[in-house]
Write a protein that binds this ligand. Structure first.
Ligand code: URA
Length: 438
């Protein structure tokens, strides 16, 4: 009897483990277009509700990685570094980390994604820069990596096409927060893109797909073990995502903040995270003999402007307007309405709920409601205060960047629910919760 997609969906619906062949049949069928979106959506929901064994997740990852070409970068540079986040709010790490690492002498070539649910996507952010292109052929990817040591590309170059399709489908079918689907999505891209050394940033908190540190740690372990099995050096950090990272949430706003950070004028939490992660990655790649030496190297390229120049060259190579590095306000489009939201009471902020900021940004037009929806790069929110800060009644909590006053006011109402105050001092959450290396 030939295999049928409907039977595979039913089997997963009933909580049974799929065989390697069934997973392969489903993923290759979906990639070719033989299995339609509606069956893939039902299957993804069944996987989300029923889960997968580690063996199924590994099979799924390998099947997705092999749905297209697997890049062999060994003739270009060695080792090639990569870094990937499981998704958060205000998570602009790649935008600053990739130029830092590349400027410190370690080539970094990565495939990034678009926004997913309430979380932002690196490609959407970079596309705020006029002219910047995510689509690169494999030849162009390799050439750029060899010439300037930094590439951030989309998946059009026939790399992990199964993930590309599934990712867009999950975004609009409420099937993102599944351990199996996230692990296979991230790791299939990593395996296909050919990096030797991979640093995973697994977010935990209300603005992440894994809310608890325990769930995030489990996801991290699963991804590290898939990577190791495929012969790659992989480590994962579980990092906090209970409040937005840095101050800016929204595509162009985040690019602007990343550029400010590369000028040494970034938010303290974000700056600390990119410096530690970059130092760690340099060490994993064997470029430095200790993480401390890595830290000195990345601080040096931040201070002497080499990281900012690397960002500029990278933007120009992918067709973007390089003037953005020196004058982002002139190059990036801005929203026409900027509305301050003031604090209704005095106190120490004890909650600045990341997820609400992500959801509001999507509603303002900065994310997608349906597959393929266009997005507005200009909108979002810029925070003025974070957890642990004291605010007076009437003090500005954040600025809402919107297309219309009505949209900004609706956002303000919703954002007020993201905050909670305390009369007694509050410790800001630790940014790095755990490191998992094998
Ligand atoms: N990032 C990815 O690449 N895939 C996911 O599923 C979630 C975050």
């Amino acid at each position: 009897m030939p295999m049928r997609a409907v039977d595979i969906i039913a089997k997963k619906r009933d909580g049974l483990a799929l065989t390697t062949e069934e997973i392969e049949f489903f993923i290759q069928g979906y990639t070719r277009g033989d299995i339609p979106d509606y069956q893939a959506a039902a299957w993804a929901m069944a996987v989300l509700l029923r889960g997968m064994t580690d063996r199924e997740v590994t099979d799924l990852t390998l099947s997705m990685a092999h749905s297209g070409e697997i890049l062999d970068l060994s003739d270009v540079v060695k080792p090639v570094a990569d870094k990937h986040s499981t998704g958060g709010v205000g998570d602009k790490v790649t935008l600053a980390l990739a130029p830092l690492v590349a400027a410190a002498g370690q080539p970094i070539g990565k495939m990034s994604g678009r926004g997913l649910g309430f979380s932002g996507g690196t490609l959407d952010k970079l596309e705020s820069i006029p002219g910047w292109r995510a689509e690169l052929s494999i030849e162009a990817f390799k050439k750029q990596l060899a010439e300037i040591g930094i590439v951030v590309a989309g998946q059009t170059a026939n790399l992990a096409p199964a993930d590309k399709k599934l990712y867009a489908l999950r975004d609009v079918t409420a099937t993102v927060p599944s351990m199996a689907l996230i692990a296979s999505s991230v790791m299939s891209k990593k395996l296909a893109a050919g990096a030797d050394v991979i640093l995973l940033d697994v977010k935990s908190g209300n603005g992440a797909f894994m809310e608890t540190v325990e769930e995030a740690a489990e996801l991290a372990r699963l991804m590290v073990s898939i990577g190791n099995m495929a012969g790659r050096t992989v480590a994962a950090r579980v990092t906090d995502m209970n409040q937005p990272l840095g101050f800016a949430v929204g595509n162009a706003l985040e690019v602007k903040e990343a550029i400010a950070t590369l000028k040494g004028e970034g938010p303290p939490d974000f700056t600390e995270l990119i410096l530690t992660e970059s130092a760690h990655l340099l060490h994993m790649c064997g470029r430095v003999s200790s993480v401390e030496e890595g830290r000195r190297r990345v601080e040096e390229v931040l201070q002497n402007g080499q990281a900012l120049r690397k960002f500029q060259v990278f933007v120009a190579y992918q067709g973007g307007d390089p003037r953005v590095a020196d004058d982002p306000d002139r190059v990036l489009e801005a929203a026409s309405v900027v509305l301050p939201l003031t604090s209704p009471q005095a106190g120490y902020l004890k909650e600045v709920r990341a997820r609400t900021f992500g959801e509001v940004t999507v509603k303002l037009g900065g994310g997608r409601e349906k597959k393929g929806d266009p997005i507005d790069h200009r909108v979002g929110v810029v925070l003025n205060a974070k957890i642990g800060d004291w605010v007076d009644a009437g003090q500005v909590l954040c600025h809402i960047h919107a297309r219309t006053r009505a949209e900004a006011e609706a956002a303000a109402q919703e954002l007020l629910t993201a905050y909670a105050w305390s009369e007694t001092p509050v410790e800001p959450p630790a940014l790095i919760k755990m490191t998992i290396s094998h």
